[in-house]
Design a protein around this ligand. Structure first.
Ligand SMILES: Cc1ncc(COP(=O)(O)O)c(C=O)c1O
Length: 475
């Protein structure tokens, strides 16, 4: 057994930790039995070809934790631990998951996160790193107790004020800053709200095809997903009602349906609100990328049509700054403000306050508005290049679905097998996820998704040409 141990040691890594782990495992699994005598440290060091000090350090740690006992002249022995109890601490084969955990882990993986055309990825090449470094550094140097302690689980107050001003200007949502809950991105808001507002097993409508992150959030809260098909007008409310007339929660992306790009029509908005009212359901409006409009003003948010705060509006800074900053928000109805802030505190889910404070400063000093204006232009150009390149090189394979907002476009394929097309693209180094990957049951929509925001304008057409070559029959 000591020969095996010696052979398993990686001599380039810390030996003390490896030997400690090896002995601990041997004792827990019974390979070293209760009361068994261990070789003297000098002999063992020789057999394992390690320094004697290493063995002594390992023995000291094992003895301190009760795995072995040093008995002077009687030598060092494995502690007399009850084998029946040792059995109980064996790792569970396969890592046993809850049913909910199994459903979560079975959701499709996200797409790779770099290269053309990763959906949802913003222009990281334009991330204002210098300004952020300055603002973050300033906040950290202040070392204020308010920013480093337990306060403000629902969000840094100046950030809530800045967000309230921003959504009033950009989306016409006028609310007191207290009603803004700062979250770890839009996804954090969805997961948190699903837990706060629903019980396991509650039915939740979800767009089909739809955002995998929302699926994860709802599954994580133990909800029973009710896939509701999306057509040219967005979520098909009548189909939803025929599947489950009394949802507890409805998840929608009205401004720019993910992944098809369709805008939820006014008729459907009204029908959706009526259905929610009848079922006393919450509606979560995920307004993840509507800052980017390429043809006139967008429809007002669903939030502004809804009576009595039934619609919770969710937004993110992930599309204008960087997803990994994990900064988003939810606009809560007044009655939820108190419970949500207590629940955030207990759940430990708030984004770091210094980062929130840096964002508040970034907004208050006018950098955000300027950055957004620049992005609208840059994204507009990248998008125009994609539209042109698709018309020029991909006409034989399908066409872009019309969409005037957001940072990705859906390309409808003539071929039904979008997964094969996506795999061919991947072999050519292009990320173009299959639309069917976002589907639960809806097989009517197949195609590819192109995120254009992160691709510099001069790289768009070459990437589309590579994609066209990859899709050519026989390739
Ligand atoms: C539909 C939708 N909602 C929300 C998000 C953003 O989530 P987060 O702010 O958690 O990064 C994305 C990002 O891709 C998205 O596609």
């Amino acid at each position: 057994m000591y020969d095996d141990m010696a052979a398993a040691l990686d001599r380039g890594q810390g030996l003390t930790r490896q030997l400690y782990e090896a002995f601990r495992r041997a004792i827990l699994t019974g390979r070293l039995g209760p009361g068994e005598r261990l070789p003297a440290s000098r002999d063992l060091a020789g057999r394992l070809a390690v320094g004697r000090n290493t063995v002594t350090a390992v023995f000291e740690r094992l003895a301190a934790e009760g795995f072995i006992e040093a008995r002077g002249a009687a030598g060092t022995r494995v502690a007399r631990l009850d084998p029946a109890l040792l059995q109980r601490v064996q790792p569970v084969p396969g890592g046993r998951l809850s049913e909910r955990g199994r459903r979560l882990a079975a959701i499709e993986r996200g797409s790779p996160s770099s290269g053309a055309f990763v959906p949802g990825l913003p222009a990281l090449d334009l991330f204002p790193a210098e300004t952020w470094a300055r603002l973050l550094g300033r906040r950290l140097r202040q070392g204020s107790a308010a920013l480093l302690g337990f306060e403000h689980a629902a969000g840094w107050p100046p950030l809530k004020e800045a967000i309230a001003r921003q959504i009033a200007a950009s989306r016409g949502i006028v609310v007191e800053p207290e009603r803004i809950l700062v979250t770890t991105g839009a996804q954090g808001a969805l997961a948190f709200l699903a837990q706060l507002l629903c019980d396991p097993g509650d039915p939740a409508w979800i767009e089909d095809p739809g955002y995998l992150g929302a699926r994860g959030a709802l599954v994580g809260a133990g909800l029973a997903l009710v896939p509701v098909p999306v057509d040219g007008e967005g979520l098909d409310v009548a189909a939803g009602l025929s599947r489950a007339a009394a949802p507890r929660l409805i998840y929608v992306t009205p401004s720019h349906q993910y992944p098809t790009g369709v805008v939820l029509s006014l008729q459907r908005r009204l029908a959706l609100l009526q259905a929610a009212e009848a079922a006393d359901a919450w509606v979560i409006e995920d307004d993840y990328d509507s800052e980017f409009q390429f043809a006139g003003p967008p429809l007002a948010p669903l939030h502004n049509l809804a009576p009595r705060g039934r619609v919770i509006h969710v937004g993110t800074f992930g599309k204008a700054l960087a997803p990994a900053l994990r900064l988003g928000y939810a606009v809560l109805p007044p009655a939820l403000v108190g419970p949500a802030s207590v629940a955030m505190r207990h759940g430990g889910q708030a984004p770091p306050l210094v980062v929130q404070a840096a964002l508040a400063d970034f907004m208050a000093e006018g950098h955000f508005a300027g950055h957004l204006r620049r992005l609208v232009d840059v994204y507009g150009e990248r998008r125009a290049r994609l539209v042109e390149a698709c018309a020029r090189h991909l006409g034989d394979y399908g066409a872009l679905l019309p969409a005037e907002a957001g940072i990705q476009l859906a390309f409808r394929l003539h071929s039904r097998d979008d997964r094969a097309a996506s795999a061919a693209a991947a072999r050519a180094g292009i990320v173009a996820p299959a639309l069917s990957r976002a589907a639960l049951e809806n097989r009517a929509i197949t195609g590819l998704q192109f995120g254009f925001a992160a691709v510099p304008a001069d790289q768009v057409e070459p990437a589309v040409i590579r994609l066209a070559a990859a899709l050519r029959p026989g390739v």
